[in-house]
Unconditional design. Structure first.
Length: 61
């Protein structure tokens, strides 16, 4: 369920979740993944970003 103000959904397989250190959890990104995520977010906020825009999805394999 999406909450108001959510801009992007990040989808990843469970094995990408780094939970070895306990809480908080994180997802390790490769340099290429980080660049793609940055480019997607930069494009999203370059224009007139509004709360009612469709949700962007970023997938990590």
């Amino acid at each position: 369920m999406y909450k108001k103000g959510i801009v992007i959904e990040i989808q990843f397989p469970p094995e990408r979740l780094n939970d070895a250190a306990g809480d908080p959890y994180w997802i390790d990104l490769t340099l290429d993944e980080a660049r793609r995520l940055y480019e997607q977010l930069a494009a999203r906020f370059a224009g007139d970003a509004r709360a009612n825009q469709p949700l962007d999805t970023f997938s990590i394999e």
